[in-house]
Design a binder for this molecule. Structure first.
Ligand code: FPP
Length: 233
């Protein structure tokens, strides 16, 4: 019996090191990383993966040098412009999670447009975490729960794992079966802390821009041989 697999989450790490190794500016690594994301997304769709969640920008990433932050913000806009048509045609639904308040209105507009244009796609959902932090998400959910209790809409004892999950940004998306972090780092970095409770973790030394569909297939193969103690079935 093989393990059920519908959702893969990825921490796309190592863009900067990929560029430095080639004597290029870090931004070149982010650019190549964006292309890798498109390649992996298409491969995931071919492999029949229903959901992919990627960490594109964390709440901590604002601490990077201002020039790198503004390059990344611009790059997101460029990628949204460049790939919207293809994503629509490829049957990929894109949704963004994270706090949009701090993002440029031009970027937010493109994010909304992409979500709207791909909303009818149902082959694969790409969930992009942009200005996302898991603790921020959990605090947001606690505030929601507190407000519901205060207004008499729910009793404290009726808040269970399901109702709480539905208060998170990821409402309606099943928890990831696989987490991949590239570049040799072995940290969660405030990514999906609640949702990864029973997920199988895979760490690879490959830098994100070098990550390939073949390596993804290998990880999936290994996952199929693991015994999931607390998995879904
Ligand atoms: C981590 O590498 C990567 C990021 C913080 C950015 C991820 C962004 C992309 C892959 C660009 C495209 C994304 C979209 C949604 C179009 P790092 O800079 O931390 O690398 P390092 O650890 O080697 O310095």
């Amino acid at each position: 019996m093989t393990n059920a697999l519908e959702h893969i989450a990825i921490i796309m790490d190592g863009n900067g090191r990929w560029a430095l190794k080639r004597g290029l500016p870090r931004t070149a690594g982010h650019q190549k990383g964006g292309e890798t994301l498109i390649t992996i997304c298409k491969a995931a769709r071919r492999m029949g993966i229903k959901y992919m969640t990627v960490y594109a920008f964390s709440t901590e990433n604002w601490k990077r040098p201002p020039a790198e932050v503004s390059f990344l913000m611009k790059l997101f806009e460029v990628y949204l412009d460049k790939y919207t048509k293809q994503l629509v045609e490829d049957g990929i639904r894109v949704i963004f999670i994270g706090n949009r308040d701090m993002l440029d209105s031009s970027l937010v507009q493109k994010m909304n447009e992409l979500e709207q244009k791909t909303s009818m796609n149902n082959e694969t959902t790409l969930q992009v975490c942009l200005n996302y932090g898991s603790r921020d998400e959990i605090i947001h959910a606690v505030q929601k729960a507190a407000t519901l209790i205060k207004n008499g809409d729910i009793l404290p004892q009726n808040i269970d794992e399901k109702t709480f999950s539905d208060m998170l940004y990821t409402k309606g998306i099943p928890d990831p079966d696989i987490l991949i972090r590239t570049s040799g780092e072995k940290r969660l970095s405030n990514f999906l802390l609640w949702q990864l409770a029973y997920t199988e973790f895979f760490f690879t030394d490959t830098l994100w821009p070098d990550f390939t569909p073949e390596e993804l297939a290998q990880i999936i193969e290994t996952y199929q041989t693991r015994e999931r103690r607390y998995g879904k079935v």
